[in-house]
Design a protein around this ligand. Sequence first.
Ligand code: FUB
Length: 452
Amino acid sequence: MLAFAVVPAAVQPTVARADNPIVQHVYTADPAPLVYNGRVYLYTGHDEDGSTYFTMKDWRVWSSADMVNWTDHGSPLSLATFSWASADAWAGQAVQRGGKFYWYVPVKTRATGRMAIGVAVSDSPTGPFRDALGHPLVENGEFDPTVFIDDDGQAYLYWGNPNLWYVRLNADMTSYSGSPTKIPLTTAGFGTRTGDPNRPTLFEEGPWVYKRGGLYYLVFAAKCCSEFIAYSTAPVPTGPWTYRGTVMPTQGGSFTNHPGIVDFKGNSYFFYHNGALPGGGGYTRSVAVEKFSYNADGTIPTITMTGTGAPQAGTLDPYVRQEAETIAWGSGIETEPSSEGGMNVGWIENGDSIKVKGVAFGTGASSFRARVASTTGSGTVEVRLGGLNGPVVGRCGVPNTGGWQAWTTVTCPVSGATGTQDLYLRFTGGSGYLLNMNWWQFTPVGAVAARR
Ligand code: FUB
């Protein structure tokens, strides 16, 4: 896709005051985090701009080493991956086993028009993913799969709305033993809902199952609508479950919510979604994250949504290549697949910006280089520190490279970039699209700048 050819109806937040929600340039929903190899990978759904229903066609992958700067890995899974699927790319989860990544997703089938669970597989957490089976793994008209692998290697698939089901997955992760079993939705297990005789318990959808300290947790979207997040616990993965209360109250401008919980670098994180971005709401949602600590007895505290999100877990190294699409807060920008691999930032106009949080310059940087492309040659990258209007420590002009995917490297001197600071790449120039950026890298004082 060429930056000048298509104008996406973008999410265009203009003020960079917060770092939550996690992604600003597309609407995201139904978070499913996975920790692998020192990074947290975040699998999400994708709400279309201006959507008035759950009109969802693809899923997205993001990753971070520090919980605040998130790299866009694009869309390695969509409805088109499943030849038998017709619609509803809803809430899924990816898990890793034996070096392969299995992504379980609910979709509507062409044949029956009912919801089913498909499974895609990849050798990499960022894909590409392919349909593992060529048909649904399981189909009973219900959705929202979560997969949990116990310490003994037994994997379980849970899913459901309005019921709650589980089945034991085989070690191949793409077949199962026995029949799907309905988990008894008792009020002792899942709380009491009033006002809906058809649904006497709070369980609505979006189960997320994991184990901590010998206790099994089932976190779920409760009541409808609006939903809140609640949880139950059990001594074994098949129950009986005991209702434990609220994780996150109803908040945030979306009538659904969806939980995902992981531990990362010694801390616990709760992922959810809300309608916090401009234009956001029940069908234009955004994934966000909060850090939390379990209570001493293993119960989960009540967590509220914030605009600041989780604190940064570490710092970002500016002296190694950083993808332009690694972003704490982006304003005005979009992303697209790059001809050089991965994604690039595009559709950059005058005044757009990228914030990268907690960049460890140490004793100082002497130059900045960026991989850029442009057909206009009218843009400049301002390298600023501390804020959008913070001091300019470098300024790189971008020439006409002959195409939006015709990449060249520009370099400019930097002075005054020391210590750990938030980096702002602010783009200036005339009207229209100015440049695309694939990656950037600083050179430390005393080192020789690389030529590419
Ligand atoms: O995103 C579509 C549906 O909305 C999900 O499957 C549910 O969990 C709810 O978030």
